[in-house]
Design a binder for this molecule. Structure first.
Ligand code: NDP
Length: 507
């Protein structure tokens, strides 16, 4: 089926965002090597520890969003393939995985974590080539955090009785897991690690634009010698995800993605006894008080919205600035934007890489145009973008009002909307005035104000004097249209267990 080939395609180096007043020199290119990475020409579905073409054989292409060059073909699963995957996972749960002690399961999880660490360079490069995110982020954030999730949940696998005393924790069975394209490997780890630690078997459907690290992970599954059928990976369009969700032998559904699809999934499982967790969109408020250390806040704001090109569900996309510091803060922010380097994601100096797809770029462009049309003032640093690939300049809007679309809708791109406030009460009211409730940030030196704001913000995660910090021990999830249920920490483990004590959820 497969021939290996090496890729050397790269976008032309961008001129880094060196606006007037910015750094008066250019960075030399510092491209990460790709010669240690083998991307197969074609990937079959990974079911029962073997790769096989879909039935009937059908494929679709996966491209590098920074170059628009094809990377590989992947299998387009059929309804019959979904059934085969669920049957295989169910049998693996019955005959092997649920029979292992927690201690034995933990050994496999530790093994996966260690292999991810050993192969971290390979994973980082493939993740960057397939998703468009800067190599320094996939190398320093995505891959280490993915390994950390496996380490963390390995630690829980033999302690379920301690975690849920007197509640007879039991695995559920087959978990269907659907993940998006913004953190392909990390979302895989958020889903698979707790599911396996709890004794379930899984079928993962990655996003159609970013399946390559999931298929690389399939190789890790074999390397770790996991019993066949414990981890299965299938690719195909959204309808295939829905087939998986609806399959009667699936006991748990975990979804991360858009609110629109999340609602469809919630309707599909309504009336069944399937457990469901939904991690959906967000429009987070990042609130800066006048006593905040401004330089530190600037770094937090930049990390909050330009990290991963702003393609982050918990991105701090609405900045609320106390009026008295609005002017100096915006001046500092504009200067900082001028130093962001936009371009080749494989370059180790790049801060802002490629948007994941042409469709997502069009969505960002459309919403930015709406901001201009509705009267907000746009600022973009002067920087050349590569001629090919889906790039967008870091963008800042001032003069934004609550009713503007750019203040209400999730853009999922490097676009920040700045609003102002005078009192903490006004900040709370404006920040909570959104259908979402995933995350928020507060910048102030006053500890008492942090406690007041954290209690008042209707958001699942509130960061104080930092932003976009993730840790496997810490639960993550939302309110309202941002979804329900928690991933991470002991909460994330509970989502994969029957802890009712009466076994009502297991079959
Ligand atoms: P989707 O919600 O469509 O995609 C997320 C995952 O769901 C993908 O694996 C996708 O598969 C799958 N999917 C799509 N349709 C269905 C369906 N009917 N049933 C089951 N699974 C389905 O997000 P988009 O990629 O379309 O992005 C649109 C917007 O969603 C973004 O602009 C952003 O605002 C938001 N978003 C939020 C994310 C978050 O982390 N909360 C992540 C991604 C997007 P496939 O890729 O094959 O379509």
């Amino acid at each position: 089926m497969t021939l290996t080939k090496k890729r050397e395609t790269r976008p032309a180096t961008a001129s880094w965002g060196l606006s007037a007043g910015g750094i008066p020199w250019e960075y030399a290119p510092a491209p990460e090597a790709t010669d240690h990475v083998n991307i197969e020409r074609e990937y079959g579905l990974f079911i029962g520890n073997t790769f096989a073409p879909s039935r009937p054989r059908k494929t679709f292409s996966v491209i590098n969003p920074a170059t628009e060059e094809p990377l590989a073909k992947v299998a387009h699963a059929s309804k019959a393939d979904v059934h085969r995957a669920v049957t295989t996972a169910r049998e693996a749960h019955r005959s092997s995985w649920s029979k292992l002690s927690g201690r034995e399961r933990a050994k496999y999880l530790y093994r996966i974590a260690r292999i991810l660490q050993e192969r971290s360079r390979e994973f980082a490069v493939v993740e960057t080539m397939n998703s468009g995110k800067p190599i320094k982020e996939s190398r320093d954030v995505d891959v280490p955090l993915a390994a950390a999730h496996f380490f963390y949940y390995a630690g829980w696998a033999d302690k379920l009785e301690y975690a849920f005393p007197n509640r007879e924790p039991r695995s559920l069975g087959v978990a269907a897991q659907i993940i998006p394209w913004n953190f392909p490997l990390l979302m895989l780890a958020w889903k698979i690690a707790p599911a396996l630690a709890a004794g379930n078997t899984v079928i993962l459907k990655p996003a159609s634009t970013t399946p390559l690290t999931a298929y690389l992970f399939a190789d890790v599954v074999r390397q770790a010698d996991l019993p066949p059928g414990v981890v299965n990976i299938i690719t195909g369009p959204g309808e295939i995800g829905m087939e998986l969700v609806r399959h009667p032998d699936v006991r748990k559904v975990a979804f991360t993605g858009s609110t629109a699809v999340g609602k469809m999934i919630a309707r599909a499982v309504a009336g069944t006894d399937k457990k469901l967790t939904l991690e959906l969109g967000g429009k987070a408020a990042n609130i800066v008080f006048d006593d905040a250390p401004l330089d530190q806040a600037i770094e937090g704001i930049v990390n909050g919205i330009y990290f991963n090109q702003g393609e982050v569900c918990c991105a701090g996309s609405r900045l609320f600035v106390q009026e008295s510091v609005h002017e100096p803060l915006i001046a500092k922010l504009k200067a900082r934007l001028g130093t962001l380097r936009v371009g080749d994601p494989l370059d180790k100096n790049t801060d802002v890489g490629a948007i994941n797809s042409a469709g997502q770029l069009a969505k960002v462009q459309e919403l930015v145009q709406s901001g201009i049309d509705e009267g907000a003032e746009i600022f973009q640093p002067a920087c050349d973008l590569p001629e090919r690939g889906f790039f967008f300049r870091p963008t800042l809007f001032t003069g934004v009002s609550q009713s503007h679309r750019i203040a209400q809708e999730e853009i999922f791109g490097p676009v920040l909307s700045v609003l102002t406030f005078r009192t903490p009460e006004e900040a709370i009211e404006k920040a909570n005035n959104t259908p979402y409730g995933l995350s928020a940030g507060v910048w102030t030196e006053k500890g008492s104000r942090i406690f007041k704001m954290v209690a008042a913000m209707k958001a699942g995660v509130v960061w104080a004097n930092t932003f976009n910090r993730f840790d496997p021990t810490s639960p993550f999830g939302g309110y309202k249209e941002s979804g329900h249920g928690r991933e991470g920490g002991i909460h994330g483990l509970a989502a994969y267990l029957d802890v009712s004590g009466d076994g009502a959820n297991t079959r």
